[in-house]
Design a protein around this ligand. Structure first.
Ligand code: GLU
Length: 180
């Protein structure tokens, strides 16, 4: 088990997220990442394999990423090797949904196959990318609201998990879900 942090407010998010992740380091992890947004502008994702220090160096202690809303993650790999590519946050192709996840999606292969049939492609070996793209799928299929999309995905997902998610159409908002 590793960690998730989120921040929305008036301060710059990235240094706060890094600080939060540092407090969770004791839980163990193999890689770390951040997704930060500045108002309406597109989300920026930075990831690094190894210690949090690598992510801090990559982002100049967070100062290189602008924005007041963001999520951060330390990963303990269960699906796919520890690598920058498999590190979180994971993102849908058009940057519509970006999210981080702790836990396991037990039926990820079945869900992945369903998404591939619907035209989705995958860049990582993680179960998490499947969850993010499933939420994107339902967001586009139904009412275009985050809560409905997450609800639909949670009905299909088996396993135990915590998720923190941001949606392109909803700046300054972070959605969370957890099970078991
Ligand atoms: N199952 C996910 C992965 O392998 C999340 C692992 C975790 O809890 O960090 O990427």
């Amino acid at each position: 088990m590793c960690g998730i942090v989120g921040y929305v407010g008036k301060e710059q998010a990235a240094p706060i997220l890094l600080n939060g992740l540092a407090k969770l380091e004791y839980r163990g992890y193999d890689s770390a990442g951040l997704a930060v947004r500045d108002g309406e502008s597109p989300v920026e994702v930075v990831k690094a394999k190894g210690r949090l220090k690598a992510l801090e160096e990559k982002t100049n202690n967070g100062l290189a990423i602008k924005g007041t809303c963001g999520i951060g993650h330390t990963r303990w790999a269960t699906h796919g090797e520890p690598s920058e590519n498999n590190a979180h946050p994971h993102i849908s192709d058009d940057y519509n949904v970006v999210g981080v996840h702790n836990g396991i999606i037990e039926n990820y292969q079945e869900l992945r196959d369903k998404l591939v049939k619907n035209g989705y492609e995958f860049y990582s070996s993680t179960d998490t990318e499947v969850a993010i793209k499933l939420i994107d799928y339902y967001y586009k299929k139904y009412e275009h609201t985050p809560v409905d999309a997450i609800n639909h995905a949670m009905v299909r997902i088996r396993g135990s998990y915590a998720l923190a998610i941001m949606f392109k159409d909803y700046p300054e908002e972070i959605y969370v879900a957890r099970k078991d």
